[in-house]
Write a new protein. Structure first.
Lengths: 228, 305
């Protein structure tokens, strides 16, 4: 394939939001997520530098994982209403994410240029499926995987801090005690700010652009650990 | 004064031609008015250009700071340099791009490296290049790397990552038909031959890695470890230009047919001026925020006095 595109091929900043929709998210937490998604869309529409490069995908996971918004310009995408369902299977989340990273980025055309993808992974519980989640995570983080992402984790409720630390590659945050609704709201706020700031920094040619800053009153930053 | 004594009226000087408006490609953000940061003494100008006859060649070079710098007053981080070799047999040139993560300092690395690299490339005689160009380039880069560190130490710096920069450089010398060209690079600057004879208007010396993230830099200088120069050797015809560019402009050339057509159309003329090159680089393109630097070299038979 020629290095020269025959049409206009724009570089993209892929952002994947992976949301736990297990039964424990029922009520105020899932409502907080659903309320934040339109704000994300509005932020992208109002910030042209972000809109030019950021492409967003939303995946949900419980027993199974699925893309509810494929990687796209969110300004033009209908937003889903998320509903709680099932248990919590991290392995499924990572397998689906792996497939969606490759499929989603390639859907913009072979040879599309992209900034290192960023995944925001949020969960309020522990993995409780029978299989080990670490092998699919390792496959995701394998440096030979061309689309291997930076992973930022947010945990609240019954999330296991050690798991959050092992899943993350750069930032891991655990909620301090408090209201799950306000914690979810703060996660979504931090996510919005991060997408905006990171997109703008990438636009400045800053290769180490990822910036995530949730309210330190509500979240503790954890160290990163290798998954066993 | 009687008519016969009156000297002929001077030829009317044509007004400076109004340049064709540089295109806007895709959905673009309105430009902000530039903001100048008042406390960065390492800041480079937003616009830099140069052109002229150098030995057997016409050189044109220009740098335009990316629009991302306009809003926050940070410096453009590209630089270029060129020289005639001390044996007068060739011309050498370099473009350099400071790493964006070091937004207040990397341009100093680019500024210094482009110059010390050219100074070392210029010392090597033509016979040495023809015998083993890759070795010559490697030696010149190693010397330039040492000089860069030395100079920074003299300025009082003890660590050097914040001056990291990538580079593309070349040596070009007349041959029986066209010119012999040697190209080298460190990191992700690019080099092309430019001519309307090529399908896309450009021939690419360095093929791209089609997969892999843009913002993962492969190598840069200064580097305390082994230095790997990606080396190419080719001939170039008299009607063709050698073009060295930094990665922001390379990305636009690869990814945008409209940008390529604009540049090819403007660069097909002979002896492009520095001002014209600045104008060429002022196109607007969706998603294109990075600094843009191009250095063009063409064989030109007007001899330098």
């Amino acid at each position: 394939m020629s290095d020269f595109a025959d049409n206009e091929r724009l570089p993209i900043f892929p952002v994947y939001i992976v949301i736990d929709v297990s039964y424990s998210m029922e009520g105020a937490p899932i409502n907080a997520v659903n309320n934040a998604l339109p704000e994300l869309k509005t932020m992208i529409s109002n910030n042209a530098s972000v809109g030019e490069v950021a492409r967003i995908a939303i995946l949900t996971f419980s027993d199974y994982a699925r893309p509810v918004v494929p990687l796209c310009d969110l300004q033009n995408a209908p937003l889903p209403t998320l509903k709680p369902e099932g248990n919590t299977n991290f392995a499924e989340a990572f397998r689906t994410l792996h497939a969606e990273l490759e499929q989603g980025i390639r859907s913009f055309g072979k040879g599309v240029r992209f900034y290192k993808p960023v995944v925001f992974f949020m969960s309020d519980g522990e993995h409780n499926a029978g299989e080990d989640w670490r092998p699919p995570l390792r496959k995701l983080e394998d440096r030979n995987f061309n689309f291997n992402p930076e992973i930022v984790t947010f945990g609240f409720g019954d999330a296991d801090p050690e798991s959050l630390q092992q899943i993350a590659t750069t930032y891991a945050f655990a909620a301090k005690s408090g209201n799950p609704t306000s914690q979810v709201k703060e996660i979504m706020n931090a996510l919005l700010k991060s997408v905006r700031t990171t997109s703008n920094k990438l636009a400045q040619g800053n290769e180490s652009a990822l910036s995530v800053e949730p309210d330190p009153e509500q979240f503790t930053r954890l160290g990163i650990r290798q998954a066993d | 004064m009687r008519q016969e004594e009156r000297s002929e009226a001077p030829t009317e000087i044509a007004p400076y031609p109004t340049p064709e408006t540089a295109p806007s490609i895709g959905d673009i953000v309105p430009l902000v008015s530039p903001y100048l940061s008042g406390n960065n003494f390492l800041r480079l100008p937003l616009l830099v250009a140069d052109s002229g006859q150098l030995g057997d060649y016409w050189l044109t070079a220009a740098s335009l700071a990316g629009k991302s710098h306009l809003a926050d007053g940070t410096s453009g981080q590209d630089s270029f340099s060129f020289a005639r070799t001390t044996d007068n047999q060739a011309v050498v040139a370099a473009v350099c791009d400071g790493l964006g993560r070091y937004k207040n300092t990397a341009q100093l690395g680019a500024l210094i490296l482009s110059r010390v690299l050219c100074s070392h490339l210029a010392l090597i005689p033509r016979e040495a290049y023809l015998a083993d160009g890759q070795h010559c380039f490697t030696q010149a880069v190693r010397s330039a790397n040492s000089d860069l560190v030395s100079i920074l130490r003299q300025f009082g710096y003890q660590t050097f990552d914040q001056f990291s920069t990538t580079a593309a450089f070349c040596w070009i010398s007349p041959a029986t038909r066209g010119s012999r060209v040697l190209i080298g690079r460190i990191g992700d600057c690019f080099a092309f031959k430019q001519s309307t004879d090529y399908t896309h208007g450009f021939y690419n010396y360095y093929s791209r890695d089609a997969d892999g993230a843009i913002n993962e830099v492969s190598s840069s200088l200064p580097n305390p470890g082994p230095i790997q120069v990606e080396f190419r050797a080719e001939r170039v015809g008299d009607g063709e230009k050698i073009v060295l560019v930094t990665d922001g402009l390379a990305e636009d050339i690869f990814s945008s047919k409209d940008t390529r057509e604009w540049l090819v159309n403007r660069w097909s003329q002979e002896r492009v001026s520095g001002l014209e090159l600045l104008h060429c680089l002022s196109y607007r393109k969706q998603g294109s925020f990075d600094d843009r630097t191009a250095l063009l070299i063409e064989r030109s038979f007007r001899q330098q006095e």
